[in-house]
Ligand binder design. Structure first.
Ligand SMILES: Nc1nc2c(ncn2[C@@H]2O[C@H](COP(=O)(O)OP(=O)(O)OP(=O)(O)O)[C@@H](O)[C@H]2O)c(=O)[nH]1
Ligand SMILES: [Mg+2]
Length: 367
């Protein structure tokens, strides 16, 4: 009986002890959980996120400097046009300058698009001088002088890129489809940027979205603002806005690109006249450049005439002279319009545009 009593007491003691222990351990755990909250995930997160790269600074191109550009392009001009002078010199150096030889000289000039009247004039002068001056005259010297007279050494070929009375210079660029207008606008802007001038471009070719993008790309490459409107906007209003921005931002020059147009579409030609008139509500147009593709020959002359009736063309840009030996078109087009060739395009590269220099041109012809 005594044994049973000890056993019951022992069981009771163990039971009480376990209950007490359980309660104690519960009490201890509770507050511990509150005191130690799980570490906030958000605090650690930033170290695991990839650092956001800053937007890359647009890398602006530095247009080629004038000196190296001119040396490079004179060589290219001599490469494409040198055949004319070499051909003429070979003929003029013959022992006897008979009628057949003079005829070949004429043919050579006509093939290079010098034009009928200027060719006859030149041949007349050469015949007289070589006969009169006789003896050991240097055919090359005589030919150089006569070609130079034909090209017009005294024409004012400066590009009017500056305005008066606090206005920017405004250059309007016109011509038929594909003649090289947009490319020329881009190239001119690079030349001006290289001279530290502030330029604004106006994308007034609103017929095709691609045309606007093409100009915008030229602008972006050298950090020049391009004013544009939605596709199909009135070109005159884009031109107006571009000049307005030029005035407001104190730009030196605003260059307005226009849509290519066929010279026989009266409506489009009228619209071009309107572009010019609307611009002039903001500031005078200081230069109207007609862009002509040198490879189009007589056709280019007809275009030139029509354009000059609609807008007062003040300068000609002859493009693609690198791709044709027909540099004689310089002579014809200047006569036709009474307006000087001011720039020549000599390739598709961004800096392949040169001011036209009569002496350098004739030297290139003579190789
Ligand atoms: N080889 C050569 N290609 C040129 C020259 N100028 C322009 N081009 C090329 O001629 C093509 C037409 O040039 P654009 O500037 O688009 O002609 P555009 O007059 O603006 O054409 P539209 O806007 O369609 O009327 C392009 O492929 C130019 O790269 C040049 O002096 N030499
Ligand atoms: Mg264009």
């Amino acid at each position: 009986m005594g044994d049973w009593l000890y056993l019951i007491i022992a069981i009771a003691v163990v039971a009480v002890a376990s209950v007490v222990g359980l309660v104690a351990s519960r009490r201890g755990r509770g507050p511990a959980e509150v005191a130690a909250p799980p570490p906030p995930v958000a605090v650690e997160a930033p170290t695991e996120v990839e650092p956001v790269a800053p937007a890359p600074e647009p890398v602006l191109e530095r247009p080629e400097g004038t000196a190296s550009r001119l040396v490079r392009l004179r060589q290219r001009l001599a490469g494409s046009q040198g055949g004319l002078g070499r051909g003429l010199l070979a003929l003029l150096s013959r022992d006897r300058l008979d009628e057949d030889t003079w005829e070949s000289i004429e043919d050579t000039l006509l093939t290079a698009d010098v034009g009928v009247a200027p060719t006859q004039e030149l041949v007349e002068h050469l015949r007289t001088r070589l006969r009169v001056e006789g003896g050991p005259v240097d055919a090359r010297t005589v030919l150089r002088e006569e070609l130079l007279n034909l090209v017009g050494p005294d024409l004012d070929r400066r590009l009017q890129v500056s305005g008066a009375d606090g206005n920017p210079g405004v250059v309007l660029v016109v011509g038929v489809n594909g003649s090289g207008k947009t490319t020329t606008v881009g190239k001119i802007s690079r030349i001006l940027v290289a001279e530290d001038r502030k330029v604004v471009l106006g994308a007034a070719d609103t017929f095709r979205a691609a045309a606007v993008e093409q100009l915008a790309t030229w602008g972006e490459r050298v950090g020049v603002d391009v004013v544009r409107g939605p596709e199909g906007t009135d070109p005159a209003s884009v031109a107006f806005e571009a000049v307005k921005e030029g005035v407001a931002t104190g730009a030196d020059t605003v260059i307005v690109d226009t849509a290519g147009r066929l010279q026989n579409k009266a409506g489009l030609m009228d619209e071009l006249g309107k572009v010019k008139r609307v611009i002039e509500k903001q500031a005078p147009v200081t230069e109207v450049l007609l862009v002509l593709d040198a490879t189009t020959g007589q056709n280019g002359l007809i275009q030139a005439r029509v354009f000059s009736e609609v807008v007062n063309v003040t300068g000609i840009v002859l493009t693609k002279l690198d791709g044709s030996a027909k540099g004689g078109i310089v002579v014809q087009v200047q006569r036709e319009l009474g307006v000087p060739v001011k720039l020549v395009g000599l390739g598709e590269g961004p800096d392949d545009l040169a001011p036209f220099d009569a002496g350098a041109f004739v030297d290139a012809l003579l190789g």
